[in-house]
Design a protein around this ligand. Sequence first.
Ligand SMILES: [Fe+2]
Ligand SMILES: [Fe+2]
Length: 149
Amino acid sequence: MHMKHERLAWSDEYSVGEPSLDEQHKNFCDMANEIIAFSETENPKKEEMLVLLTKLGNHILYHFDTEEEYLEKMDIPEAREHVKKHDKYREVLKKFIAEVREDTRVCTDQSDCKVLADKVATFVSEWVSKHMLGGGETEKLFAGMRKKG
Ligand SMILES: [Fe+2]
Ligand SMILES: [Fe+2]
């Protein structure tokens, strides 16, 4: 059951008003689209997929660190809550990547390989779109910070 994934597109409404973070969010779209496109290729190799997934994973971790530099300066409960969400997600991400790495479908069978590639494409596109839509949350925090000056 091969699903067709929609490509992700950045839009100004996702902006959190902080250029460095917006830039990183745009990179998420590109990287997720790269994975989606890869999952749709004829015979996606697991090793190549892991390279792409690890690249995106590292960017997510890097992004959380960047966001947290701002959040720490805010020093408000909502910001601390948000950091906790990052921590939870760091775990989810680690687990997912390990799961893909340990998945025994090593792409000797083409259909199995597609299933695994689909699973990865679904995971990343859901996360990226949720993260950017949920940017509303980050956006509120940043607006609050700007008001405080
Ligand atoms: Fe973000
Ligand atoms: Fe965040």
